[in-house]
Design a protein around this ligand. Structure first.
Ligand SMILES: N[C@@H](CCC(=O)N[C@@H](CS)C(=O)NCC(=O)O)C(=O)O
Length: 313
């Protein structure tokens, strides 16, 4: 079974993803093309190329090389990994000019493995995406990378919380909502209907608690995790939405938006719509589908098949 359309409340993956396809293609694939081309000399930034080419013959006669520009930030991604998408969304939100390498996780590149090895405190850990390299520093762990990106780059949207109160509200929501991740993997890895049902009940409890987290801080405005501004808390939570929605519907018959509606979780429903329509979300999903060579629903389902061994197909 393959789904071509999926809706999360007012958000429809089918509607949103094709509409941003062109933008996503231009933005991210030019980044990837640049990554392939920059092995010798990174593409120059505004104006500097011209300046150095004008003088290249005189520089050559003086045995000088044109000035080398620092390489762009580089991220190792996997198109359909939810953790990688957190770091990816942060880069798109901050409008960072970055190179991206998409990894096949069943056949990781030696460069990715070497980068991970150089950055992990755990020498036994398999290499994982995302890995981010900026100004000579190699960084791992999606939450840390997303926070680094939010802090280190000036451009784009300011996604840092503006006040300690905003930071607290966002973090409370993120901690609460992210309990969905282990429950999601339990639902996929379940070996019986009882285990599936227990995992789905845990997911319902997380959704209920997430609604409470959104309403606890008094009359804080929505629709985002920390209030009326999109912040890191949204970056660190929203990538699980398309997975829970598409993949659990496909394998376990769990319909996220229907459940949220039936449970009357109106703040959560508004949050889901707001974060799913974010251009950084739709663009990264569109690019992921393109990289996978399918529609986004098929891409997410294919990524997750490896976790499901019951019932045998
Ligand atoms: N805690 C890590 C988890 C990253 C992770 O598990 N990435 C998966 C892909 S979704 C991976 O690279 N797995 C490769 C492997 O385990 O061999 C983070 O948040 O960055």
């Amino acid at each position: 079974r393959r789904m071509s359309a999926l809706s999360l409340g007012a958000f429809s993956l089918a509607r949103a993803v094709p509409s941003v396809r062109r933008v996503a293609h231009r933005r991210v694939s030019s980044v990837v093309a640049a990554a392939a081309a920059d092995a010798v000399l990174p593409p120059a930034h505004d104006g500097i190329v011209e300046a150095s080419s004008v003088h290249s013959s005189s520089l050559a006669s003086m045995h000088l090389s044109p000035p080398r520009l620092p390489p762009k930030p580089l991220i190792y991604l996997n198109a359909t990994c939810p953790f990688a998408q957190k770091a990816w969304i942060a880069l798109l939100e901050k409008d960072v000019d970055f190179d991206a390498t998409f990894e096949d996780l069943s056949n990781k590149s030696p460069a990715m493995c070497a980068s991970y090895k150089s950055a992990t405190p755990d020498p036994e850990s398999p290499a994982k995406v995302p890995i981010f390299i900026h100004e000579g520093q190699t960084m791992i762990e999606s939450g840390l990378v997303a926070k680094y990106v939010a802090t280190a780059f000036d451009g784009g949207n300011d996604i840092l919380p503006a006040t300690p109160a905003e930071e607290y509200a966002g973090a409370l929501f993120a901690e609460t909502f992210n309990a969905i991740t282990p429950a999601y993997f339990k639902a996929l890895r379940a070996q019986s209907q009882e285990e599936v049902d227990a995992a789905l009940d845990s997911i319902r409890a997380v959704l209920q608690a997430s609604e409470r987290a959104l309403t606890l801080s008094g009359d804080k405005p929505g629709p985002f995790a920390a209030g009326d501004r999109y912040t890191l808390a949204d970056v660190l939570t929203s990538p699980m939405l398309p997975r829970v929605s598409v993949v659990l519907d496909h394998f376990r018959g769990f319909q996220l938006s229907k459940e949220v509606k039936a449970m009357g979780l109106t703040r959560l429903e508004a949050w889901m719509d707001a974060v799913m329509w974010r251009p950084s979300m739709t663009a990264s999903l569109a690019r992921a589908a393109e990289e996978h060579g399918t529609d986004i629903c098929t891409a997410l389902i294919d990524h997750s098949t490896k976790f499901v061994s019951w019932p045998k197909s």
